[in-house]
Ligand binder design. Structure first.
Ligand SMILES: *Cc1c(COP(=O)(O)O)cnc(C)c1O
Length: 222
């Protein structure tokens, strides 16, 4: 199957109001261009330098989403162009992004990563850590970031019921904090959840943004 055919298959299976982030990490520019020529404009990357090289060489109407774990010393390299940062798991990261966004006169969209999986290894706020951060209100003073919603990853397993419950818990948490802290914020609307193996379940559980890589581009070679 070609990248174009894979992309069309994924798009056919998601509803119109769900945004597809095509995760192109570790794949070359030629692969991205195949998806681009088939109409895809939003791509996700997880390495700062790799994303920068792709940004510099590929068409400028591509929206770059950073989906990887973020180190604060690398934010300055993406601040001039990144559209959305998915995996924020501390107030200090929000502050750093705000600082660098200010320098380049931009407002950067951010998602709060919530740990919903059983695995220890996945990053993210616990529900309580996230509530604590939002209660402290310091984030409200950050004018150059926009908190647009939440992001999460389900446990990497075959248990569909478990995966569904985890996605459901993120949706429930989204509604809770929307009501509590972002009631009048129209831009707080995204639930970024679902990857190649579980995006159909994620959409059934309320995902607004899926991050699909290998199903479009094939297996990654690390
Ligand atoms: C790699 C990655 C994806 C895409 O994974 P696939 O299984 O290839 O679709 C999605 N989200 C994050 C955070 C990733 O790191």
């Amino acid at each position: 199957m070609s990248i174009k055919a894979n992309l069309q298959e994924v798009l056919a299976g998601i509803t119109k109001d769900v945004t597809l982030v095509a995760v192109s990490k570790f794949h070359p520019n030629e692969s991205i261009m195949e998806a681009y020529e088939a109409g895809q404009r939003i791509f996700g990357e997880s390495k700062v330098q790799e994303m920068a090289q792709k940004y510099e060489t590929l068409p400028k109407d591509i929206e770059w989403h950073f989906i990887g774990h973020l180190q604060s010393n690398k934010i300055k390299y993406m601040a001039p162009y990144v559209t959305m940062i998915h995996a924020i798991d501390s107030l200090s990261l929000l502050k750093e992004i705000d600082k660098h966004a200010k320098k380049v006169n931009r407002t950067i969209s951010c998602l709060l990563q919530i740990h919903i999986a059983k695995e220890e290894t996945k990053f993210g706020f616990s529900f309580d850590e996230c509530r604590t951060m939002l209660n402290e209100e310091e984030w409200k003073k950050l004018d150059n970031i926009r908190i647009c919603g939440v992001m999460g990853m389900a446990t990497n397993c075959d248990d569909q019921k478990e995966i569904r419950e985890e996605f459901n818990s993120l949706h429930t948490f989204f509604k809770e904090i929307k009501e509590e802290y972002f009631k009048d914020e129209e831009s707080f609307k995204e639930i970024s959840m679902g990857m190649s193996g579980d995006y159909e379940i994620a959409i059934e559980e309320g995902s607004t943004m899926v991050r699909v890589g290998s199903k479009i581009f094939g297996e990654r070679i690390y």
